[in-house]
Design a protein around this ligand. Structure first.
Ligand code: 13P
Ligand code: 13P
Ligand code: MG
Ligand code: MG
Length: 366
């Protein structure tokens, strides 16, 4: 039986007003271009957005890192950039950091999460998409989903999950990766993933090697060497039958968590789970937020979507996040609302440093 691949490739190629939301003409164009490939390069596709990020969800049989699929995504973003430029949308072409496609969109600006698997009898898949934050924002939630029995009771009571899961962590600065098995290596895992600006969970695997979750880990600032907008990551999670249930996968989003991003990518703020209609960013260009689209994958077809956070069950966390937003916003440009100096290295600070370089005087006694 052939395997199914899910590719979620996203980019911010322009928005309105400012960085708040996508323009419908970009969505229409992307939908049309992907639809033309349904039944050819792709089996199925779904186009959506979170805030100002254009999200392409594609299924096919060509495996991860496929050049044709990546080229298609690049071409869609390029065509949408043309429209964005014609409308003078804000940040038109923002995330396309290269002039031309060269084999794989990784390292060229767009974010990519992909996974290939043999479909089970029934395969529920949840796709999370965020705006105004960075890839490490998923760390807390992936830990809760796949390693915390107080979140996921299946780790305790479902024999098919009792052995736990394997986490692949990427060091985005040191450019290295490691696999840690949980529960045995839980504390070692937390040492790293508790520093989400540097260490990011890329994949989670079952003990039999089957893929359970995959995230985008592109760090635009590290690619460009300067501030070019946040990375606004995506994540694919498989649920049920050996994996956490759908309800266990979305349960950790009921906890208000502070993530990095928000205004100019330079602040910490609460991470709001929202329905698609509420995904546009407003207050202080945020707050950071995410949507979750649920599908059944059936011979590669995307049956859905279900807008998982469009539910009063998430009203309370949204309200608590808004309270947190009030509290932390009152700190203005002070840490920890503003990110630490080390983290600002690739953001807005270098420009100020250059401007004032000649005016700083030495404190050393001569
Ligand atoms: P059902 O009995 O409705 O299939 O639910 C099982 C389950 O896994 C709930 O999380
Ligand atoms: P985006 O990364 O979503 O484009 O946001 C950039 C920004 O500077 C918001 O204030
Ligand atoms: Mg933007
Ligand atoms: Mg964005």
């Amino acid at each position: 039986m052939s395997k199914t691949t899910i590719s979620v490739i996203k980019a911010d190629v322009g928005s309105f007003p400012g960085h708040s939301r996508i323009h419908p003409r970009l969505l229409e164009k992307a939908q049309k271009l992907l639809k033309e490939e349904n039944g050819k390069l792709l089996i199925d596709s779904f186009v959506t957005h979170c805030g100002d990020d254009l999200e392409l969800i594609m299924t096919h049989t060509h495996g991860v890192d496929n050049e044709k699929v990546h080229r298609l995504a690049w071409d869609v973003f390029s065509e949408c950039t043309k429209i964005a430029k014609s409308l003078k949308l804000y940040g038109a072409g923002q995330d396309l950091l290269a002039d031309a496609f060269s084999g794989n969109v990784r390292g060229m600006g767009p974010g990519v999460a992909e996974m290939e698997f043999e479909e089970r009898g029934s395969d529920p898949v949840l796709i999370f998409m965020a705006d105004k934050t960075e890839p490490g924002a998923w760390n807390f939630f992936l830990y809760k989903i796949f390693a915390d029995p107080f979140n996921t009771s299946g780790l305790v009571i479902d024999p098919s999950m009792h052995k736990g899961f394997i986490f692949e962590v990427h060091d985005l600065i040191g450019k290295r990766k490691i696999r840690l098995s949980c529960p045995e290596e839980l504390y070692s895992l937390l040492v790293y993933i508790g520093a989400p600006s540097r260490y990011v969970i890329k994949h989670v695997f079952g003990r039999d090697g089957s893929i359970a979750a995959s995230t985008s880990t592109q760090h635009l600032n590290l690619v460009a060497g300067r501030y070019v907008g946040k990375d606004d990551p995506v994540m694919i999670v498989r649920a049920q039958s050996g994996f956490p249930s759908v309800g266990e996968v979305i349960e950790p989003f009921c906890t208000p968590v502070l993530v990095a991003g928000w205004m100019r990518g330079s602040h910490h703020g609460p991470f709001l789970p929202v329905g698609l209609c509420e995904s546009s960013c407003t207050r202080f260009d945020g707050p950071p937020r995410c949507i979750c689209m649920g599908f059944q994958v059936s011979d590669g077809r995307l049956i859905g979507p279900a807008d998982m956070f469009d539910d009063p069950a998430f009203d309370r966390v949204r309200s608590r996040c808004n309270e947190l937003a009030d509290i932390i916003r009152a700190q203005g440009p002070f840490e920890p609302h503003r990110r630490s100096l080390g983290e600002m290295e690739y953001t807005t600070l270098p420009g100020v440093e250059t401007e004032l370089a000649d005016r700083w005087e030495s404190l050393s006694l001569k």
